[in-house]
Design a protein around this ligand. Structure first.
Ligand code: MRU
Length: 332
């Protein structure tokens, strides 16, 4: 897979051959983005099957379940990860003729999940592109492009589809502190696609939204609760609030696999808290910015209550409020 930590300076591809290596890559954000980590975890289960020395189906299934525990623990917030692991383990539990037949089935299932992700993204991108007008300036948060998925992307995929249909679009790219997925990855992707962009500091989004020069806000989602509350990269909530008070429409774009109907609202979603070093490791004028010994907090995601979202864009179509009713209809 592409080592996303090296971008945009270097394009490096690394090879992972064990489920532990895949779990490590997810944890260290070699690969990140909800759909991308889901499909990576599916391949992690397939790798576990091929690595296993088990000679009978029961022992193989036991090892696959252990790999599932390892992969699920890598990052807690994006539901796509546990969704993909659960799907692979359910397949593993079905009757099989032999250990080799099960290995083969799991590798095909992981590949078809990867292929399906691209088709899903293309579909939701087409729906999302309908909401984008020629001449729009759009604020985009985090990275939701080809890198965050298997290919094409969710929110950035919609922008890309609109661009390819000939609409002239300008993207204000939130830098997305502290990991800078916007500045490093989204800006890199936009430059590959020839889409006009400028990077903005996250805390200037409110200024631009009030200026009347931004027509839309687009971002993805890592988990969506039954009522339509969206958990996404930290900073999304403040962006949505500022957009809402400035009467700028706010769209979250995600596959149906990101919806978790088992949770009534976003406050029930586990928010990953990452190390303080990600916040503190910043240099200004060649010097570490924070005082020696400074402490920091680093929630990786936040919760945007559904009332601040104009519509939800999914592979099943554009979902309008009331989200509680319309989301459950789209999922079932
Ligand atoms: O911590 P990350 O980089 O994995 O977070 C990614 C996001 O929050 C994306 O916006 C989200 O996964 C949706 S994009 C497909």
């Amino acid at each position: 897979m592409i080592d996303q930590r090296a971008l945009p300076s270097r394009f490096e591809v690394i090879v992972l051959s064990t489920p532990a290596a895949v779990a490590g890559a997810i944890r260290d954000m070699v690969v990140r983005g909800a759909p991308a980590i889901g499909v990576s975890a599916a391949f992690g289960i397939a790798l576990a099957a091929f690595q296993s020395k088990a000679v009978d189906l029961d022992s193989l299934r036991q090892e696959l379940r252990q790999a599932g525990v390892l992969l699920n623990a890598a990052r807690p917030t994006a539901v796509n990860l546990s969704w993909a692991v659960a799907r692979m383990l359910a397949l593993a539990g079905e009757p099989a003729d032999s250990v080799d037949a099960l290995r083969d089935k799991l590798s095909k299932a992981a590949q078809s999940m990867a292929d399906a992700d691209i088709a899903t993204n293309r579909r939701m991108a087409a729906f999302g592109a309908e909401l984008i007008d020629d001449g729009d300036t759009i604020i985009h948060h985090c990275n939701t492009g080809a890198l965050a998925t298997v290919d094409w992307g969710t929110a950035l995929g919609a922008i890309r589809t609109a661009h390819e249909s000939g609409k002239k679009i300008h993207v204000l790219v939130d830098e997305t502190r502290p990991r800078l997925q916007g500045m490093r990855l989204t800006a890199w992707e936009l430059s590959q696609y020839g889409i006009s962009y400028e990077i903005i500091s996250d805390n200037s989004a409110g200024y631009f939204l009030r200026s009347g020069k931004v027509q839309k806000v687009f971002f993805g989602a890592d988990r969506v609760a039954a009522n339509g509350d969206v958990v996404n990269k930290v900073g999304t909530y403040m962006l949505a609030l500022a957009a809402w008070t400035s009467h700028v429409p706010v769209y979250s774009v995600f596959p149906i696999s990101t919806v978790d109907l088992s949770l009534a609202n976003g406050d029930l979603i586990q928010i990953e808290e990452r190390g303080a070093d990600e916040v503190l490791d910043i240099q200004v004028h060649g010097q570490v910015a924070a005082p020696i010994g400074a402490k920091a907090r680093n929630p990786a995601f936040d919760i945007t209550p559904h009332q601040y979202l104009t519509a939800l864009v999914t592979d099943a179509g554009i979902i309008q409020p009331p989200f509680f009713d319309n989301l459950s209809k789209a999922v079932l």
